[in-house]
Design a protein around this ligand. Structure first.
Ligand code: AQP
Length: 338
């Protein structure tokens, strides 16, 4: 089958990947790679926009790449690479920075939220995060970018930069210089909420480690975290009750991880108390994570193989990225090296 549409996505190596990263992002890429030309990267340059520990970052970068593969990303079907190993990301980011109005950036909701948490230490990088993300996407002439609710505004910015600031201003013949990407809103796009607060999303950087189940948590840890997960005092579990966000979150997780549809889960759990439900969720979680963990252990035993996969991905990605960068530089009047 010819794959005519290209998809680009990535996760920041800001910590151990969790159920949200898998069910909301990576699981969808695994499907998309069957029908789309797929580029996925570990966006390590994004991870340094907040405080980081260098040793932890380099370890997380490799772990994240290995987890992509352990979750089902296939290096023969997709290009899997590390963002910082392709210098075109930083270069295009600079070119786009010079053309992006500051007031577009100050409107970004994620910047407002994340900068509040940083106190006096807000870096220019954090403000610039969405322009780097625009560079990531635009470099690959991506047709589609899978986005959750929280990233929609950033994709909109990438579209505006490509269309208004590059194509409209610098195209001499009316042909676009950059492809304007579209959001891919997935119908199964699960938003996984924190185990300690059903109103907040599960997050790598939440200081409370009991708020998330990571893909490498042992069965004992999974069991402990689910036991501690916040619940409510109602008997009988329901989806979609605004006053019961934890019930909705844990039932959704159970439905996805057990492979049962929502109707049958709703029926199965309608009369159930938390004491009976939690062991079921624990069991479903442990058995879903088991194949990922075995594959991960296998991959980490052979670091040379992982390096080979990443080097293949880098070469494939670099050809596309370099060609786009040259196109943009040339349009902007930057003298190209022969
Ligand atoms: N809780 C979630 N439910 C569904 N999808 C999620 N994603 C993240 N959390 C959830 C999806 O994972 C992809 C990668 O995210 P990211 O690492 O670029 O940044 P993030 O969205 O900010 O993820 P985290 O885990 O919350 O990281 P930190 O704590 O570092 O900010 C995205 O596709 C995202 O939608």
């Amino acid at each position: 089958m010819t794959k005519t549409q290209r998809v680009l996505s990535g996760v920041q190596p800001t910590g151990a990947l969790h159920l949200g990263n898998w069910l909301g992002a990576i699981r969808n890429w695994v499907e998309l790679q069957q029908t789309h030309e797929t580029f996925v990267c570990v966006v390590d340059l994004h991870a340094i926009t907040v405080k980081h520990d260098p040793k932890v970052l380099s370890k997380n970068t490799l772990n994240t790449a290995a987890l992509y593969i352990a979750c089902g990303m296939d290096p023969h079907k997709s290009s899997i690479f590390i963002q910082s190993q392709i210098s075109a990301h930083s270069e295009l980011c600079w070119l786009l920075n010079c053309l992006t109005p500051l007031n577009w950036m100050e409107r970004m909701i994620q910047f407002k939220e994340k900068s509040l948490k940083q106190g006096d230490n807000v870096s220019i990088g954090l403000l610039d995060y969405p322009v780097l993300m625009a560079a990531d996407i635009l470099l690959y002439d991506a047709d589609l970018v899978p986005v959750g609710e929280d990233q929609k505004q950033h994709l909109e910015l990438a579209r505006d930069i490509a269309h208004q600031r590059i194509n409209a201003r610098f195209s001499l013949d009316g042909n676009p210089i950059l492809k304007v990407p579209k959001p891919l809103i997935l119908k199964d796009g699960a938003k996984v909420m924190s185990l300690s607060d059903g109103l907040n999303k599960m997050s790598k950087s939440d200081p409370n480690t009991n708020s998330r189940i990571t893909l490498l948590d042992t069965p004992e840890v999974v069991s402990k975290k689910i036991k501690r997960a916040k619940t409510d005092s109602h008997i009988g579990l329901q989806f979609d009750n605004k006053n019961r966000p934890e019930a909705n979150n844990l039932l959704t997780l159970y439905s996805i991880l057990s492979g049962k549809d929502r109707e049958s889960v709703a029926k199965e759990c309608a009369e159930m108390g938390w004491g009976k439900f939690k062991p079921l969720l624990t069991e479903a979680t442990i058995s879903s994570l088991q194949p990922i963990q075995s594959k991960y252990v296998e991959l980490m035993k052979d670091p040379t193989e992982l390096e080979k996969i990443l080097s293949k991905g880098r070469k494939e990605a670099e050809v596309v990225a370099e060609s786009t960068l040259r196109r943009v530089k040339s349009a902007l009047g930057i003298k190209l090296r022969n």
